[in-house]
Design a protein around this ligand. Structure first.
Ligand SMILES: *[C@@H]1O[C@H](CO)[C@@H](O)[C@H](O)[C@H]1NC(C)=O
Ligand SMILES: *[C@@H]1O[C@H](CO)[C@@H](O)[C@H](O)[C@H]1NC(C)=O
Ligand SMILES: *[C@@H]1O[C@H](CO)[C@@H](O)[C@H](O)[C@H]1NC(C)=O
Ligand SMILES: *[C@@H]1O[C@H](CO)[C@@H](O)[C@H](O)[C@H]1NC(C)=O
Length: 550
């Protein structure tokens, strides 16, 4: 739930659809397409440095016996290592390093690498990194040393180095080794989270687009603020809350927070409503702490049930963003206890279950939301979508068929609901029915012509059906023309540029998307994409690799 509850915000879509925006995409993608000349290039590079550099043919007797001695010491070191005698192994490797002729660089690299294995067992991360660095100076394509230094860097909290090293390893392994890819994904998630937290603490909040805010409010069928009729007296009509409501109605969103604060300072009649509305805008602005404080006050107050339930749903959504599932579900539980007939609770809780991949519970929640409020189109559509996911996971062909019928019915019943076209189109492109999916996105555009993300979706369909980058980019640029705050467009373009090998350009695009992202989860995801591209670029430059698709 981006900022609470837009029906299917982009990061949620990304997770639900699984496919093209998944974290670590760079890796997965490159793994599949390294069948081209790059592969040869990497292989050549690897070969060059693995060949011993003993091309000087004046190996004298003394250096011959020196290397023999070093090898014997190394063998003894290995035996000590395997017996768990790490200190003994370290001193044997020390001797091997001393005995080794300095022109035997590859062997020497191995000895350092062997010694670092002992330090790793002893959890002496600085020494591990030092020895791996020495090994890599001698043999710059040494996969084992990259992987070990990456582990040590991760353990000691240096995630940037950890990522760079695991990226080097992945490239040398041609993205074929699953364990390295899994490590890369884990490091990317942690680094993305770290970067998102840093950025959020420094950032000036940005107001989302008008369209976004409108959609956000429309996801609450029982919104207690917009539905509230002010009392018809002079005091009420001039109160801060009246100003806030007027600002909301006229889409003058920048004025809402201060008008609410005015109501609160005046200790006015609509204090709880003002707190709830201010909290809602804090949520929209990504000011989580302030939102949480205001919502807490509403929940503990004597406010009306509808106001409290709305606050509980919003706080629950905030807890999801903060990845606190337990407290999220607790708030939904309290809301359901207060007002078991409020369909908003089930609709929003269904979204959380969907996100948690708890499909049985998700479908039950959506069914309940629809039962309580059969005319709530968004809940109805989400029920269809949840049923689809359920059928898909259980490979239930009959249910899949039923879902399609339900979607068709939904289109008839709610012909002006853009979500109905969008989610059905999603289902169809999932089933590779590109033509119908495209025409549904066109229908969605005729219903919701200012929603720029629809062009991004059309672009994604292009990519999936024909890998036609240029056509997709054209469509997505159209989204940016319509709404230059459309972060989903920048994210998707960035992803496409990674796939096309334009890493530098992708960094700019991810940067732009990050500056527009509204939630911490969204930012974490975007930073992971950006960090992946940045690491790949850095390693590529070091080795002169070029990924661009010609
Ligand atoms: C190898 O030969 C070069 C000159 O050809 C000489 O300078 C160098 O010292 C020799 N190396 C050893 C280890 O004897
Ligand atoms: C030392 O390096 C050799 C060559 O890479 C390897 O076979 C051996 O397992 C290593 N020993 C340890 C303890 O890492
Ligand atoms: C626009 O369409 C998307 C689907 O792509 C939907 O999730 C969103 O709620 C719609 N509205 C806005 C303001 O983005
Ligand atoms: C919920 O609705 C049902 C049926 O309309 C009604 O019988 C019940 O009293 C309502 N419960 C609450 C808590 O309002």
């Amino acid at each position: 739930m981006s900022t609470g509850s837009t029906p299917f915000p982009k990061w949620q879509l990304a997770i639900l659809l699984g496919a093209p925006l998944a974290i670590g995409l760079g890796y997965l993608y490159l793994r599949n397409r390294l069948e081209d000349p790059e592969k040869k290039k990497v292989a050549e590079l690897k070969a060059k440095t693995t060949i011993s550099l003993d091309n000087e043919e004046n190996n004298t007797k003394t250096s011959e016996s020196a290397i023999d001695r070093a090898m014997k010491l190394k063998g003894a070191g290995n035996r000590a290592f395997h017996a768990g005698e790490y200190d003994k192994a370290i001193s044997l490797y020390n001797e091997a390093i001393e005995a080794c002729p300095s022109d035997r660089t590859v062997d020497l690299a191995t000895f350092y690498q062997n010694r670092s294995a002992c330090y790793e067992k002893r959890e002496m991360w600085d020494q591990v990194k030092e020895d791996c660095t020495l090994a890599l100076k001698l043999n710059e394509k040494y996969v084992k040393a990259f992987l070990r230094r990456s582990r040590a860097a991760e353990k000691s909290g240096d995630l940037v180095l950890a990522l760079e090293d695991v990226t080097s390893a992945c490239i040398l392994e041609r993205f074929q080794v699953q364990s390295s890819l899994v490590n890369a994904d884990r490091i990317l998630k942690a680094l993305g989270r770290q970067h998102a937290r840093e950025a959020l603490s420094k950032r000036r909040p940005i107001m989302p687009s008008k369209h976004f805010i409108k959609t956000y409010f429309s996801a609450f069928s029982e919104d207690p603020i917009t539905k509230l009729q002010l009392e018809d007296d002079a005091e009420a009509l001039q109160s801060g809350f009246a100003k806030a409501k007027a600002a909301l109605a006229s889409q003058d969103y920048e004025s809402v927070v201060s008008a609410c604060t005015e109501e609160l300072n005046a200790d006015g009649k609509y204090k709880n409503e003002a707190l709830l509305l201010r909290a809602t805008f804090y949520l929209l602005l990504g000011r989580h702490d302030e939102a949480q404080a205001d919502l807490g006050k509403v929940i503990d107050s004597e406010a009306s049930t509808k106001v409290k339930v709305n606050a509980l749903i919003k706080r629950a959504s905030l807890f999801t963003q903060l990845e606190n599932t337990e407290r999220c579900l607790e708030d939904f539980g309290s809301a359901a206890q207060l007002d078991s007939n409020n369909s908003d609770i089930y609709h929003h809780r269904g979204q959380v279950y969907l996100l948690l991949e708890r499909m049985d519970e998700a479908t039950a929640e959506f069914a309940k939301a629809v039962e309580l409020n059969p005319d709530f189109s968004i809940a109805y559509i989400q029920k269809c979508y949840a049923d689809y996911r359920h059928a898909q996971i259980n490979k239930n062909v009959g249910a899949l068929h039923q879902v399609r019928n339900d979607f068709e019915k939904a289109l008839e019943r709610f012909p002006s609901c853009a979500e109905a076209y969008i989610l059905f189109a999603q289902v169809l492109s999932d089933q590779q029915e590109w033509g119908r999916a495209e025409s549904l996105f066109d229908s969605a555009l005729s219903v919701d012509p200012t929603n720029a993300t629809l062009y991004v979706h059309k672009g994604l369909v292009q990519l999936q059906k024909s890998t036609d980058f240029d056509k997709a980019v054209k469509l997505i640029n159209k989204a940016i023309e319509m709404d230059d705050k459309c972060d989903f467009a920048y994210e998707t373009l960035g992803t496409i540029e990674v796939q096309r090998g334009n890493l530098r350009r992708s960094l700019e695009l991810f940067e732009k998307a990050i500056s527009l992202a509204k939630t911490e989860l969204e930012m974490t995801h975007l930073f992971s994409l950006k960090d992946a591209a940045a690491a790949q670029l850095k390693v590529s430059e070091r080795w002169g690799l070029d990924w661009t698709v010609s």
